[in-house]
Design a protein around this ligand. Structure first.
Ligand code: ATP
Ligand code: MG
Length: 284
């Protein structure tokens, strides 16, 4: 299944989230059935991350956006925990600090973008500045509506500098969100995740949908694609995202750098050192 085609947000037509079933599973029957493919992708992602690091010429930025309890943290935990922490990082975007708020809205995002060889995951992102900010009128409309273009230019700059950008919107239904809130209430290990805001934000569901539809359509492109991932089923969400990341990284043409030494010469040195060590051991 070509998830990169299926879930891509076309910049040419108006996105209608209501037309996308959040419970879609692309014909897969169960978590058990999907698990081997997820595990295979996760293992391959770890190899590709090592290769990206060794290659050292490109980088990958993964943006996760969603309403509360849609599974951003779960994606990070399931799909990125196999990677080498040297070269991988996750950054969560909260309400801007005083220092962040005193700068332009892209400042804090730009500071966290991946260096060559690195993977960075944005758990929420600069898109909050056209989402929550729009829904709650935190800045006037002329200000947030000018930001789509600024975001496009910002991402173009990153792409020109060798960064691949993948943006995922985790699409859940309001019923599924409520069911997950219930789990957080019932499970003491998850209680800490509950916030007042989770419930009050539900009132703004349709405003968020509208804000997401516009943001995703306006900022999706071949080079910085948005994907709407059906996320009611956590296992399908993990399958689709891991598949898209794996395929994208396979396409990056990553190469191990050439050996920097003359292998013949260094092998001779190795043998000399080995002989010397054996002699020393013999003496001792
Ligand atoms: P969880 O899904 O586990 O609840 P979270 O990402 O919602 O994690 P929180 O600390 O609960 O983490 O929420 C962060 C909050 O910060 C979100 O409500 C988000 O909308 C808000 N936020 C992020 N960026 C901005 C911004 N630029 N302006 C205003 N609010 C922002
Ligand atoms: Mg939250």
């Amino acid at each position: 299944m070509d998830y990169r085609k299926q879930f891509f947000v076309s910049p040419d037509k108006k996105l209608k989230l209501a037309a996308i079933d959040p419970a879609h599973t692309a014909g897969h029957a169960s978590s058990e059935e999907a698990l081997p493919a997820i595990q295979k992708n996760v293992a391959r992602m770890a190899e590709l991350q090592a290769l990206l690091y060794a290659d050292g010429n490109q980088s990958l930025l993964v943006v996760l956006q969603a309403l509360d309890a849609a599974g951003k943290d779960g994606v990070v935990r399931h799909l990125f925990s196999g990677m080498n922490p040297q070269g991988t990082s996750v950054f969560g975007f909260k309400q801007p600090s005083a220092e962040e708020a005193a700068h332009d809205f892209l400042w804090r995002a730009h500071k966290r973008t991946p260096a060559r060889g690195e993977i960075v995951v944005f758990n929420r992102s600069h898109y909050e500045d056209v989402l929550v900010v729009r829904v709650h009128n935190l800045v006037p409309k002329p200000v947030w509506s000018g930001r789509y273009e600024l975001i496009q230019d910002f991402e173009k700059l990153l792409v020109a500098n060798g960064t691949r950008i993948l943006k995922f919107f985790l699409h859940i239904s309001p019923e599924e969100q409520l069911a997950r809130f219930k789990q957080r209430l019932d499970d003491p290990a998850r209680n800490w995740k509950i916030s007042e805001g989770d419930y009050s934000e539900r009132e703004f569901w349709s405003d968020y949908v509208e804000a997401y539809e516009e943001a995703l359509s306006k900022t999706s492109s071949k080079d910085a694609p948005w994907y709407v991932i059906p996320a009611n089923h956590k296992w399908f969400r993990n399958l689709a995202i891991s598949q898209i990341i794996t395929e994208t990284m396979e396409d990056m043409g990553l190469k191990r750098p050439a050996t920097r030494v003359d292998l013949k010469e260094i092998t001779a040195k190795y043998h000399a050192a080995e002989a010397e060590q054996a002699q020393r051991n013999g003496k001792g």
